[in-house]
Design a protein around this ligand. Structure first.
Ligand code: PNW
Length: 489
């Protein structure tokens, strides 16, 4: 063949870095040790075991509260440059507020951070990955405007305790999931998609912005780190050509709502969304829009509060106009039903063990292209990408295939489209508590034996694959290099 679409140079740029991720509630366990208090997921899993697969919960999870040394050893085995983990708010601030700092909580994260640095691994810390102190929830949680200051105060504690060693911070992991799923189906289990999720949208953006400004004004000069927000993005592709306006509207509702206020030149809500929800609200009899307006000062407060754009990407959907009385296509997208669209998967896309998750590697590149077109030539980092399976097999060829095809699309975005993607993070280091899917759907490069009191971890083939890619700095790897991790305990 004389002509190929691209040169098939499968190597990564010289400065490109590789990492692996987890979050506190999904791995730590130790839900009630020392002075840690209850958070909204503790409350949710204990009160509503019926809503979680098999009544599973994160009380013990991977027991990383005790097994953190092994976790560090695994990240090192992979050869990863960084480890992305999250800090549990009520483990550090048991009252939710700064009047009491848990020294046991601080010690746990100090051990983890220092242990990583000793192995030459950079800690990348998510400040909020969904475990809100229950007390703050009882005071209104993310719908109370005051949470913007509570969050900034919590962030300040983390910057002052850990900022000398942590140089990359993520304020909020996936505001979409916090608000649009939290006010439909996730913890705290409040069902109010009409108003609750939009209040949450506004205040979580302001909370992010205030925390960013605390870092920028009080810590940046001293510590010289970077801080930004992480969004979950599903690629919405028009099913037919005449569905392209609807697909774009869905992108604005899902991704633009949490991006435009921060990353656009003009700030504020995406105009098309602001107009639509205002009109709908008026039609429904509300005297103000269900999507609360930003004041001019708030627009300025939020605008520009980023050092990079964090992308969590897994899957895609086809979008078309919803025929009347059509059932919502999947629980994660229920809150978007008011757009009058329906979502479906193409028959060509392979399904996974998570109901919401189908494979479409090209959607990854299109996501990055869309973001660059919307917000310009900013730095992107891939903060999550990974594959779900219910299989117990250590020979996870389906995960390897997912990783290879998705990373290839990311390379095309970098090399063919010139998009600045600086790093890639695999989700997840190990099998863990996968929210409503409990322990059924697993994303790990390492298998965890949840019947073993020590939660023994064993590398899957995908761990060896990822280690080989990281080592070769290329997707072009020979088979011999695939067996570099010994099956250690
Ligand atoms: C991300 N969905 O969340 C989270 O950041 C992780 O904690 C989680 O384990 C991972 O993706 C895999 O699910 C998502 O329903 C949660 O579309 C739900 C959805 C997507 C991402």
């Amino acid at each position: 063949l004389l002509v190929t679409c691209w040169s098939k140079d499968l190597s990564f740029p010289v400065d490109f870095t590789f990492g692996v991720g987890t979050s506190a509630y999904q791995i730590e366990g130790a839900w009630n040790v020392s002075d840690k208090t209850e958070h909204i997921w503790d409350r949710f899993v204990h009160q509503h075991p019926d809503r979680i697969y098999n009544g599973n919960n994160g009380d013990v999870a991977c027991d990383s509260y005790h097994q953190w040394r092994r976790d560090i050893a695994m990240v090192k085995e992979l050869g990863a440059t960084f480890y992305r983990f999250s800090i549990s708010w009520p483990r550090i601030l048991p009252t939710g507020f700064t009047n009491h700092i848990s020294e046991d909580g601080v010690l746990y994260y100090n051990n983890l951070i220092n242990g990583l640095l000793k192995e030459g691994i950079q800690p990348v810390v998510t400040i909020y990955h969904w475990d809100l102190p229950q007390r703050l929830q009882d005071l209104g949680g993310w719908t109370n405007p005051l949470i913007t200051d509570w969050f900034a105060s919590y962030a300040r504690v983390l910057f002052s305790r850990f900022g000398d060693r942590v140089k990359t911070w993520h304020t909020i992991n996936e505001p979409y999931t916090v608000c649009d799923m939290g006010y439909v189906i996730f913890a705290p289990g409040i069902n109010d998609p009409q108003v609750g999720r939009y209040l949450c949208s506004k205040y979580i953006l302001i909370a992010h912005a205030k925390a960013w400004r605390v870092y920028d004004e009080e810590f940046r000069a001293m510590y010289n780190g970077k801080i930004s927000i992480v969004n979950h993005i599903i690629w919405f592709e028009p099913k037919n050509q005449n569905d392209s306006v609807l697909a774009e509207l869905a992108m604005q509702e899902f991704t633009g709502r949490y991006s435009h206020p921060i990353f656009s030149k003009e700030g504020g809500w995406p105009p098309v969304l602001e107009t639509l929800i205002a009109e709908k609200s008026r039609y429904e009899g509300y005297d103000i829009s269900r999507l609360p307006a930003f004041t001019k000062d708030e627009v300025e407060l939020v605008k520009g509060t980023f050092d990079f754009y964090g992308v969590n990407h897994y899957t895609s959907r086809l979008v078309r106009k919803r025929p009347s009385k059509d059932a919502p296509s999947s629980y994660i997208l229920d809150s978007l039903s008011e757009l009058g669209v329906s979502f479906e998967a193409s028959k060509d896309w392979k399904s996974t063990s998570s109901s919401w998750f189908m494979e479409y590697p090209e959607g990854f590149r299109r996501t990055l292209q869309w973001l660059r077109n919307q917000y310009g030539d900013i730095d992107f980092v891939i903060t999550e990408n990974g594959y779900a399976t219910a299989s117990q097999s250590l020979e996870d060829y389906d995960r390897i295939n997912y990783m290879r095809t998705y990373m290839e699309q990311m390379l095309l975005a970098i090399k063919e489209d010139g998009i600045k993607v600086l790093s890639y993070t695999t989700w997840s280091l190990m099998d863990n508590f996968e929210w409503l899917d409990g322990y059924r759907s697993t994303f790990g490069l390492y298998q965890v034996d949840f019947s073993d009191p020590n939660r023994r971890r064993t590398p899957k083939l995908s761990a060896k694959y990822y280690a080989s890619v990281v080592k070769a700095r290329s997707l072009d790897i020979s088979n011999q290099s695939m067996y570099s991790i010994s099956a250690s305990a």
